[in-house]
Design a protein around this ligand. Structure first.
Ligand SMILES: Nc1ncnc2c1ncn2[C@@H]1O[C@H](COP(=O)(O)OP(=O)(O)OP(=O)(O)O)[C@@H](O)[C@H]1O
Length: 243
């Protein structure tokens, strides 16, 4: 694995005395595409939110780019981490253009041209038709909204992209197109992606490594090929059967 860009070291997290993650350790390499799959409620979203400081571990340490994030300015940290979630969370009262331009316009306050160039680039990257730019989110299909959400999460040119079931709510054909798009984005931009999914086919297709979680933590983490060929437990075996 390349040098780790994200490290969990001995992290424990509980809600109301119920431990979700116990002494959890994981290294994610720079430029890796890590997919995470596991039973419902096992702590995938909790894990993701500890990377951008939306949640804080009870004990243990999360490092991002070598820095202990409990000692880092979280605003600066989040500027470098894109976050895309199911349901997208677009601003409903802003056009697509404004939604995508939101972050670049904060970064380039004095330079509108730079923002316009950033929007044009992002629209191209996610494969959105430019004719949609003046529409409002409610006037788009689910797949188009998803693309806008991805464009927005890439807008600050982050080195890390966190994706929490981003393609959960779209039909199978659109989902496949979005999967191809995110693989291309990963290849072309070299961004590190941590991607939660409920779909084992998606996890195996996208991930350079796949992490399988169950209640209590990690069950197996390996390349898709090794997960398929050498499932570590019955849980993993069941998950990959017929795939
Ligand atoms: N703020 C909270 N307070 C109390 N319990 C919580 C809180 N947030 C999450 N939980 C519980 O912690 C567990 C892990 O939640 P989390 O959202 O990380 O799971 P997940 O693996 O992402 O689940 P899913 O696959 O269903 O989205 C769940 O049992 C959930 O009910």
């Amino acid at each position: 694995m390349s040098e780790p860009i994200i490290r969990f070291v001995d992290v424990t997290k509980a809600y109301d005395d119920e431990a979700i993650l116990e002494r959890f350790s994981l290294d994610i390499g720079r430029g890796e595409f890590l997919t995470i799959i596991g039973s419902s409620g096992c702590g995938k979203t909790t894990l993701l939110k500890m990377i951008n400081g939306l949640l804080i571990p009870d004990t243990g340490t999360v490092f991002v780019q070598g820095q202990d994030i409990s000692k880092t300015d979280l605003i600066a940290l989040r500027r470098n981490i894109g976050y895309a979630i199911q349901g997208v969370g677009l601003f409903p009262h802003m056009t697509v253009r404004k939604n995508i331009a939101y972050v670049p316009s904060l970064l380039n306050k004095q330079n509108r041209q730079k923002t316009e160039a950033a929007v044009a680039r992002l629209v191209k990257i996610v494969g959105l038709d430019e004719s949609l730019l003046e529409r409002y989110p409610s006037e788009l299909s689910g797949g188009q909204q998803q693309r806008v959400g991805i464009a927005r999460s890439l807008a600050a040119a982050p080195e890390i992209l966190l994706m929490d079931e981003p393609f959960g709510a779209v039909d199978e054909i659109t989902r496949r197109m979005l999967q191809d798009e995110i693989m291309r984005i990963h290849r072309e931009l070299g961004v590190t992606i941590v991607f939660i999914t409920h779909d084992i086919r998606e996890a195996l297709k996208l991930g350079s490594r796949v992490a399988v979680m169950d209640h209590g933590g990690l069950v197996q983490i390996d390349t898709p090929e090794n997960i398929r060929k050498h499932p570590a437990t019955d849980f993993v075996k069941e998950l990959v059967s017929d795939r």
